[in-house]
Design a protein. Sequence first.
Length: 331
Amino acid sequence: MRNIKPVTVSLKQLHEGLDDSTLQEAFGPDSLGIIVIKDLPAEYPKLRETVLTNSSKLANLPSEVLSQLEKEDAFWLIGWSRGKEKLKNDKYDYNKGSFYLNCSFHVDDSLECPPPTTSSDKTGDFSSYKGYISENVYPPEDLVPGFKDQIKKLINLIITIGESVAVNCDRYIKETVDTEYPEGYLARIVSTSYSSKARLLHYYPAQETTDDDDWCGEHVDHSCLTGLTSALYSDSQNDGDDGGLFIKSRNGEIVKVDIPPDCLAFQSGSTLEEVSKGGFKAVPHYVKSSPSRRDVSRNTLAVFMQPNLHEMVNDKENFAQYSNRILKKNH
Ligand SMILES: O=C(O)CCC(=O)C(=O)O
Ligand SMILES: [Fe+2]
């Protein structure tokens, strides 16, 4: 197992446009499929720390408060979710708590869910897709002050940088991966979708375990592009050498990926693989607790940038249908 420094560029370089060899190194056939962005806006470090600290406050609220934030009718894909997703051994996952938000506020600040559509709209009726169309909930302001305001700010910042990552990926995919790829597809999805999702994670201390992927089993995200913060641990250390985020590279090698605290990482998901007809591969990854630090918790934020529900992602399925098929496997 190698510890590799992923391709890292500054926000300025990203805005100016990355050269082909950098894009190739980050996303090409021999890559990890992840890029790290440094020199972020000055407010980023404090915002990250506040939001990730709030994740611990939220996860340790009394169970009767947390149950008010559970949305069973939304398939637990809005609000609080713990013990609802299955692990690979078919047991329910209590190792982590997730708090999900719909990110439609990035397109229109007044929205906490996508605008409703009906069958008379040209996009169709998606009222049964409750996991995507339900309104966000937030913990009571007096119990976790500033939670809503700060997490929305951080998500908006991540999606805005995701837009610049997308512009670079679009050019690379069109020129070198799939000439039929729709021009500017990813940048349009990232900047205009009402269906992107954020997941604030709290991994509870892992206790005894023998599994290599005890905190989060190996998977590919079903987003187009996922933005990830560097994780915050309860002992204020970084991931260290034997815990944290691991990626399976394009040639099957397991690689430990370090995201420095003042940086953001972006990795590609399976919807983009689908849209690029298999050319731009999704990144298999998992999260492991450190064997030498079993008593620490880990917090992070993932933002899954993905299409509106009516957008076709292959010849047969729109994103709603595609996503339903994938999610059914996990619940
Ligand atoms: O915890 C992490 O670093 C990654 C989380 C993740 O892979 C996910 O939520 O899909
Ligand atoms: Fe993931």
